[in-house]
Design a protein around this ligand. Sequence first.
Ligand code: GAL
Length: 143
Amino acid sequence: MSQLPVYNPPSPFLGYLPAGLGLYRKVVIRGKMTHDQFNINLQAGPNVNPRDDAPLHISIRPKDQVIVRNTYQFKSWGIEERHGGCPIQKKSYFDIQITVKPDSYSIAVNGCHFCEFAHRQPYASVRFIHIGEGAQVDAMITE
Ligand code: GAL
């Protein structure tokens, strides 16, 4: 585990956000999609098995042409949001930017707005970012 910014982390990887997420903070993840699925979790605690509550889960699945957004709470998944297709292809580079807004996370992919994800859990509880396997990540940054 290390504090963001993190460059060329292995995957899976757990990054620490000591100050948490404030309004209009951004989390940027850049890398190359190497497999059919890559998951990003903004979560309250460091545990992944079972996972601590995750106010935002993003699952990039180019094969299924979907980027699933969800929350994880009390050891179970919430309701998936799946519209918008998957602008990230396998073996291609991507840039995901998550901006904390008052009512939602605003998610941009490769510089284009992709979706909003309305808060279901307080963004202020986020302290960790966990990435799974499936991508070669160049950078995880907070702005
Ligand atoms: C499941 C998947 C999890 C997570 C979840 C999101 O099917 O196994 O990794 O992506 O969907 O709703």
